[in-house]
Design a protein around this ligand. Structure first.
Ligand SMILES: [Zn+2]
Length: 217
């Protein structure tokens, strides 16, 4: 390593040649040049070429913000693959009546594509250490899990599902804020049921829900 190179983070033995962002095999590094406001020094993390390209576009304010943005970008890029797991279960896919060759191929590859996309988005990054000294992640490990997929935030999940099911994003966000993120699936169901509802009806539903929950307390 040249003298002026950015220091590489410590890599656990079982993570050698693994992308810090998505867990795929990799043989490159992504250099994060710290800014005056960065909460950590410049550092280099192992990265696959896809994550490295995405990371360059989303430097934000720290390597952890950058990582969240990479995950969100992966989620957008692989939205169709992730949708396979939302629209089908593995058993359904195996039992489905798809008998011709085309569908046979789909069955075999579809679940695998879903699994790969899911694993990459869920892949946990190991804590950052430079020469044995840990760098505090300042709470950036907080994320949101729903239906077996880890989203960088509740907002990322709202963005994803509103585009996946073509539901009104603002309405879904309001529903989640009323019922709470623990009941995300309930909020999503309500948003899907009322996909064609007018603005007035949506307002009415939110008001009713708020009243109902207030009475429960
Ligand atoms: Zn990667």
């Amino acid at each position: 390593m040249p003298a002026n190179a950015i220091p590489r983070i410590d890599i656990p033995f079982d993570k050698r040649h693994t992308c810090w962002f998505c867990g795929e095999p990799c043989d490159q590094y992504f250099d994060y040049h710290s800014q005056p406001h960065s909460p950590h020094p410049s550092l280099a993390v192992p990265s696959c070429s896809e994550c490295g390209k995405l990371a360059k576009q989303h430097l934000l304010t720290s390597i952890w913000d950058c990582r969240m943005a990479v995950k969100d970008a992966l989620m957008r890029i692989y939205a169709k693959h992730l949708a396979i797991g939302i629209n089908w279960t593995q058993a359904e896919l195996a039992e489905s009546e798809f008998s011709c060759k085309v569908f046979e191929g789909f069955k075999q590859s579809a679940w695998m594509m879903y699994q790969i996309a899911r694993e990459r988005i869920n892949a946990p990054a190991w804590p950052i250490m430079l020469d044995g000294i840990a760098i505090e992640d300042q709470g950036h490990h907080l994320d949101f899990e729903f239906n077996g997929i880890r989203y960088s935030s509740v907002q990322a999940a709202i963005d994803y599902f509103s585009s996946q099911f073509s539901v009104d994003k603002t309405f879904l966000a309001k529903l989640v804020s009323v019922v709470g993120k623990a009941r995300f699936s309930y909020a999503l169901r309500l948003a899907r049921i009322h996909i064609a509802a007018t603005k007035e009806l949506k307002r009415h539903i939110l008001a009713e829900l708020q009243e109902e929950l207030a009475n429960d307390r």
